[in-house]
Write a protein that binds this ligand. Sequence first.
Ligand code: EPU
Length: 424
Amino acid sequence: MDSFIVDGLAEKPTLEGEIAISGMKNAVLPIMAAAFVVEGETKLSNVPNIADVGSMSRLLEGLGAFVSHSGDELSIRTHDASGTVLEPQLAKSLRASVLLIGSVLARNGSVTFAHPGGCVLGSRPIDVFVDGLQKLGAELVEEDETYTLKAPNGLSGGEIFFRVMSVTGTEALMTAATRASGPVTLRNCAMEPEVVATADFLKSCGARIEGAGTSTIVIHPAHLTPNPEPVRIIPDRIEAASFLILGALVGKNIRITNAEPLHIEAVIETLRGMNVSISVTKEAISVSAPPHLKSTQIRTHEYPGFPTDAQAPMAVLLTQAEGESSILETVFDGRLNYTAELVRMGADIQIWNPHKATIKGKTDLKARDIDGPDIRAGLAFLLAASIAEGKSRIGNAHLIDRGYGSIEKKLSAVGLSISREQAS
Ligand code: EPU
């Protein structure tokens, strides 16, 4: 596995220049899955160059679609895509494969998939998807951890109340519902910008969807036809939040471009409350590290609250704040485990239970060789390495590549000494 080698700045705020944000991973994946319910060619632009897009492309190809990539554009042709089985190894390696369950069932009348299993973020159940599709008339057959959902005569209209607010659950059910024979009402929906982006994509193909971005979404039957124009993927709010945090740690003046500040208000306001000066203009979000960071309390929450995907990068910032800070992780139950590695680097972090940590600062971090357990913690370790004293090796680069395209190029461009070491 590749690693990143980072020569830390020993907290000197010297990074300067521009970082352009790419299209959002968690928007392009549901939109690729939604393209499956639209027969014909879908073109997407501002597609991030990340490994997860490759995995989703291979899953679509396994179902009979043709996917081609050119620069930041992606074409998905689904004319004769009659497949009904999600390739098990691929599906297991990509939790977002669950996004395809609804699309494949709605279009082809059946879908077979292996349970995606848990992951380092804790147990990742799929009841929201299965229960929701059953409410729209699908029948479930379960055999040795393999599930088949069948609706040979198509899905029916209906009402679904989501037991938990699920981002991909909302996206998958909304997408499947565009092919139902009657109206579908979804309640307790996730309200993330990527849900709105998925609805906007479907609407551009003729879907009749009301309320995306609120907790109730209503989908009326409509005939979908491909949008001949490329659909632009929204900017990645988590990438933008992560680079804002980098700027708050060691930025002299980092300008973040191609971002949507409205999508990261919770992060901007939290950073401002910690003394970080952030200016937002139409062209860019500019950020610099303050001489002293104030401690704060973080509680992750569904949108528009503080995003769980920015929690690990934020923990690194909290190690540099003066006083005691705390993190309450409310979305996942395994998302604080990475902090043990920050402690090895010198952080003072106490874990009280799977959801709560306190962090005392400010502490000097020392370079270490560490492996990131997931996309976001991996990025957090890059941030920790960038402020530490000495050279760190951050392993499992492939996990960071799943969510952040050309990360070493983007970070080198603002002055960080970072290189990729290929696995021998
Ligand atoms: N949940 C259930 N049953 C389900 C589905 C979810 O109980 O059937 C629970 C989960 O266990 C969790 C909560 O509901 O406790 C919320 O999870 P959600 O379903 O919203 O997460 P997700 O849709 O699987 C997406 C992102 C994650 C991001 C979360 C929360 C994608 C592809 N993934 O996951 O992104 O953390 O929403 O915002 O959109 C990442 O990018 O690194 C990442 C993990």
